[in-house]
Write a protein that binds this ligand. Structure first.
Ligand code: MTE
Length: 328
């Protein structure tokens, strides 16, 4: 008898939060960022959701959300709470701690342009809203694993990067694609400090960029992206450590040589170019064999790290024959 073998990320539907449930939470989280409801450190558990002040979204694309879920892309672990995913963030442009969600409100996300240059048929500057109206959006539930050994499960809304790249027509010399975060020290206080060499830059090989898993996210939990999550558009590469998933992108550059990327430039022995999730390659300062799930408490049980974050079947072929200890 032939048995269907489920892929690492295939569904256990009853663990995935219903869309209607998380839609109501959004306005609550926005109101916290605006200082309307809670004092810092106050737990959401104690707060009445109905009492939240409703702040209308600044996103002109709200009619595009929620997008229908692509049920081929979900995971066996329970989805993280939206509150955790949008109040525990890494976005060094707003501070080198996790509570940057209030500071991130300062970023002006409209109008927003995306410059396309390098080895492409046509160098151009696209308007984000025009782009997002042209491309069908879908929801995908992905594992999200930070190099700091914490993890979440997040329902992203986005566009497969391959669909965007096909329209941009890079030429055959393009071997890599680099992404840049907007450089606005006046709105991003972290960029006024030498935490990293700004702007934040990340990159993928063309094969990684064209992999069906790679997403340009423009939303999460049924709505548009909040600033702290990388509004209005960010990369999501679920088999790699989170630092590859660059936020608030305003430039895409196609090139022949391997781009210099922010964390790799800052500490190349700690943050490799590839940054594939790998339980067998420890960070020089900590183990990567287990991960702490955000929402389980600091002392909550850790879970084993999965090779390629559970996406082995989809991406292992990209690295065939490569020494993953050397190309980490
Ligand atoms: N993008 C920019 N521009 N700046 C950043 O500091 N941090 C990265 C990545 N993208 C970062 C960024 C890191 S280290 C992680 S783990 C993820 O964003 C965190 O995404 P999240 O806050 O949505 O969980």
């Amino acid at each position: 008898m032939l048995l269907k073998r489920s892929r690492g990320w295939e569904i256990n539907q009853n663990k995935v939060t219903d869309e209607n449930l998380f839609l109501n939470r959004r306005n609550f989280i926005k109101s916290i960022a605006a200082g309307a409801v809670l004092a810092p450190g106050f737990s959401m558990m104690a707060a009445p959701v109905k009492a939240a002040k409703i702040i209308p979204s600044a996103d002109p694309n709200t009619s595009l959300y929620p997008a229908s879920r692509n049920r081929s892309y979900t995971v066996e672990r329970a989805m993280s709470d939206e509150y955790d995913a949008t109040t525990y963030n890494n976005f060094y442009e707003f501070g080198s701690h996790k509570s940057i969600y209030r500071a991130a409100e300062a970023l002006e996300t409209r109008p927003w342009t995306l410059a396309i240059d390098g080895l492409v048929e046509k160098k151009q500057v696209l308007d984000f809203d025009a782009l997002v109206h042209k491309m069908p959006l879908e929801e995908r539930v992905y594992r999200h694993r930070c190099v700091e050994a914490w993890s979440m499960v997040i329902p992203w809304i986005g566009i497969p990067l391959a669909n965007i790249i096909e329209k941009l027509e890079p030429n055959s010399k393009a071997k890599y694609v680099a992404f840049e975060t907007v450089y606005r020290p006046s709105e991003m206080p972290g960029q006024r400090k030498r935490i990293l060499k700004w702007p934040y830059i990340e990159a993928l090989t063309m094969a990684e960029a064209m992999n069906p898993l790679t997403l340009i996210a423009v939303g999460l939990y049924g709505q548009d992206l909040l600033n702290q999550s990388g509004a209005p558009m960010r990369l999501v590469v679920p088999w790699k450590y989170g630092f590859k998933s660059i936020k608030s992108i305003n430039k895409i550059h196609f090139q022949e040589s391997q781009p210099k990327t922010s964390w790799n430039m800052s500490a190349s022995n700690e943050y490799g170019f590839y940054a594939n999730v790998n339980p067998e390659v420890d960070h020089p300062r900590w183990s990567q064999s287990r991960e702490r799930r955000i929402g389980n408490g600091f002392f909550g049980a850790k879970q084993p790290t999965l090779m390629f974050n559970g996406y082995q079947d989809e991406v292992a072929h990209l690295y065939q024959g490569m020494n993953l200890k050397k190309y980490f």
